[in-house]
Design a protein around this ligand. Structure first.
Ligand SMILES: *[C@@H]1O[C@H](CO)[C@@H](O)[C@H](O)[C@H]1NC(C)=O
Ligand SMILES: *[C@@H]1O[C@H](CO)[C@@H](O)[C@H](O)[C@H]1NC(C)=O
Ligand SMILES: *[C@@H]1O[C@H](CO)[C@@H](O)[C@H](O)[C@H]1NC(C)=O
Ligand SMILES: *[C@@H]1O[C@H](CO)[C@@H](O)[C@H](O)[C@H]1NC(C)=O
Length: 196
């Protein structure tokens, strides 16, 4: 009688324990499957051939304009040290912004990092194209620009979207013209970008 009673208590306990173990195992499996779905490593790399595209266009950068928001002040008037500007500029096919086909937008910020004699700014930009085969694709450009030295500045193509997925390359940026009345500076860009 006593034996039956104890097994009657023991059995449900065993069932509960087994359920707990099963629950623990299944939650472990769930955690594991969540982790493996975070990064799947077995997708094959694209088999398309890598190609080099040369883009040539102009970046029309208006300063002290509604498209250029100054977010930090100039601390040194000789180098513009400290200044940070957020820009929404236009990219054009030709050098004249008033009479040229728009090929996209240049959005990003530049800041002036030097408090010494170097007049340099650092670009952190996304060039979003709206033209031809490149409509809807973009390139990320980073790098230093030396606006008064007259020499071409070289930027890094850090990546891209759309037809420019997996992009890498560089861009030569050259001063083209300046219109002080409109606070407009036009730069010419030659972008060499490798992509699939
Ligand atoms: C820079 O020049 C402006 C205009 O001349 C002046 O108001 C300002 O105080 C100067 N800033 C510095 C940091 O010297
Ligand atoms: C735009 O460019 C064309 C071709 O170069 C020229 O004929 C025309 O006069 C220009 N228009 C303006 C407003 O500058
Ligand atoms: C920047 O340079 C100016 C002029 O040489 C100097 O007065 C100032 O202290 C410098 N600021 C910093 C943060 O180094
Ligand atoms: C670019 O693509 C957008 C969205 O698909 C479309 O509305 C627009 O007309 C296209 N622009 C050009 C110049 O092809």
């Amino acid at each position: 009688m006593a034996e039956t009673k104890s097994s009657a208590v023991f059995l449900p306990l065993l069932v509960t324990l087994a359920t707990l173990v099963l629950l623990a195992l299944s939650s472990l499996a769930a955690a594991e499957s969540q982790e493996t779905s975070f990064a799947t490593k077995k997708l094959p790399m694209t088999k398309k051939k890598e190609k080099l595209t040369h883009l040539h266009f102009y970046w029309c950068n208006f300063q002290r304009a509604p498209t250029a928001l100054s977010v930090a002040p100039i601390l040194n008037n000789a180098t513009f040290y400290g200044a940070v500007t957020i820009n929404d500029d236009t990219l054009t096919l030709g050098p004249d912004p008033d009479n040229s086909t728009s090929v996209g937008k240049a959005r990003g910020l530049y800041h002036f990092p030097s408090n010494t004699t170097n007049f340099v700014y650092e670009m952190i930009y996304s060039f979003a194209f709206t033209y031809g085969d490149y409509n809807g694709s973009s390139l990320s450009l980073l790098g230093s620009v030396f606006p008064i030295s007259g020499k071409a500045s070289e930027l890094t193509v850090a990546g891209g979207t759309g037809v420019f997925r997996f992009a890498r390359g560089y861009a030569a940026l050259k001063f083209a013209s300046r219109d002080p009345k409109r606070n407009l500076r036009v730069n010419e860009l030659d972008v060499y970008v490798s992509h699939y």
